[in-house]
Design a protein around this ligand. Structure first.
Ligand code: NIG
Ligand code: FE
Length: 412
């Protein structure tokens, strides 16, 4: 410890059956048994056998102490794709889908995203902050400590800025780290020509978003009937000129070139990938674009899952995200891990990597977020389970007992 011990905040979590420390190319993640984690001022300073860690960092000196006997410690979960700020209720569309309507039919008829747009345009910023805060609380309870949140239910400059301001405000007051993404190109507003709307996104929305200074990423729904590859390319390039890192929704219903766009513009991630073939996978790997898969969406739509194994078996990483939105009401990354395992044949340890260190890469977090090694942020999830395998294995109740953000207990 430093000489300035009086002001250092020491956190010690000890006696865990298992501690997941970070990625491992053979097994998914490296796991230590009967282990402890110590952190000073929110940064991990030691991870290892409990006896060794306690020798160096005795519990008597600690400000925060957790006996994790019988429990498992993981890095805080990173959810790299959500549309978590919205208003209104679309549960009736869930029923319509059960009766055979498709997602695309509902959107074409002015429902889906366009219905949420109406609700968000009339909601106040404070309403949006309150809604998002409630969802962040639920995410934190389920172990998420970092989450990306997109705008995209405004589809006009004023409402897109209102959404981003709400994301900023909710994030500032919440223990969960919130990463804002501008997604003015989420759909085409009713009655508007797509090319004209692309022009509006590029020459009106993007400059205003840059001026506001909240958004870090720019995302586009590159999809049949929404934005073409060419239009997506133009918007993401323009976003890049304003300092926004590109991301893309690609190959959800049809493969129309989104993976090529992702590689071309240097996107941090390409997301969905339900229809991606071997060539598309190669393009992403060559372009160093993180594939983000959203099994909750496939589950909710009753669709085939994306082919995670094709990436994993070739030695490449996959990230998983909740895609939490009115069409996919999933705020638990533990449930997403279960879907990754059951639906996509990921081992529990592969699934854990995909919601921790791989997910952190998808949102360009390179400071050790999603790992528990010396120097990592001390974001910890304690599971009330004897091993990490239980995260995918159990899908009834929430296995998370305690969450620490920057070394401080924020949920128990
Ligand atoms: O990623 N596909 C586009 N966007 C969201 C759905 C948003 C909505 O239906 O409201 C997604 O699944
Ligand atoms: Fe999405």
């Amino acid at each position: 410890m430093s000489d300035d011990a009086a002001t250092d905040q020491l956190t010690v979590v000890y006696g865990a059956e298992e501690v997941v420390v970070g990625p491992d190319d053979e097994t998914g993640v490296e796991v230590l048994e009967d282990a402890a984690v110590a952190a000073v001022d929110g940064t991990v300073v030691a991870v290892g056998p409990t006896d060794d860690v306690l020798d160096e960092y005795p519990v008597e000196d600690a400000d925060t102490v957790l006996d994790a006997s019988g429990q498992t410690v993981l890095p805080g979960f990173v959810d790299p794709h959500t549309h978590a700020v919205f208003a209104g209720d679309r549960s009736d569309e869930f029923v319509a889908k059960l009766k055979g309507k498709t997602y695309e039919e509902i959107l074409e008829a002015g429902g889906g995203i366009l219905r949420t747009v109406e609700a968000v345009r009339t909601a106040s910023k404070d309403d949006l902050v309150a809604n998002l805060t409630e969802h962040l609380d639920a995410m934190l309870e389920h172990g998420t400590t970092t989450v990306e949140v997109k705008s995209g239910y405004g589809l006009d400059t004023e409402t897109e800025l209102k959404m981003l301001a709400a994301i900023d405000e909710a994030g500032a007051d919440h223990p969960v780290d919130v990463i804002p993404t501008f997604m003015g190109a989420h759909a085409v507003p009713r009655g508007v020509d797509t090319d004209e709307y692309v022009e509006e996104v590029v020459s009106e929305q993007l400059p205003a978003v840059a001026e506001q200074g909240v958004a870090e990423f720019c995302d586009v729904f590159c999809e049949r009937g929404v934005f073409t590859a060419e239009q997506s390319h133009r918007i993401l390039e323009a976003g890049r000129e304003y300092g926004l890192t590109p991301k893309i929704h690609a190959d959800e219903f049809a493969a129309i070139g989104g993976t090529e766009v992702a590689a071309d513009v240097g996107a941090s991630s390409a997301d969905h990938l339900l229809q991606t073939d071997a060539e598309g996978r190669e393009t992403l790997v060559e372009g160093d674009v993180v594939p983000v898969m959203l099994p909750g969406t496939a589950f909710g739509l009753g669709a085939e899952y994306a082919d995670a194994r094709a990436f994993l078996d070739a030695g490449h990483e996959v990230a998983l995200a909740s895609d939490f939105n009115p069409n996919c009401f999933a705020r638990s990354m533990g449930f997403v891990a279960t879907l990754g395992s059951v639906g996509m044949r990921m081992t529990p340890r592969e699934a854990i990597r995909s919601i921790t260190s791989a997910a952190a890469k998808a949102v360009d977090r390179t400071d050790g977020t999603g790992t528990l090694r010396q120097g990592s942020p001390a974001d910890l999830v304690v599971l009330d389970t004897p091993t990490a395998t239980h995260l995918s294995y159990r899908f009834d109740t929430n296995p998370v007992s305690t969450v620490l953000k920057s070394g401080v207990v924020v949920n128990e």
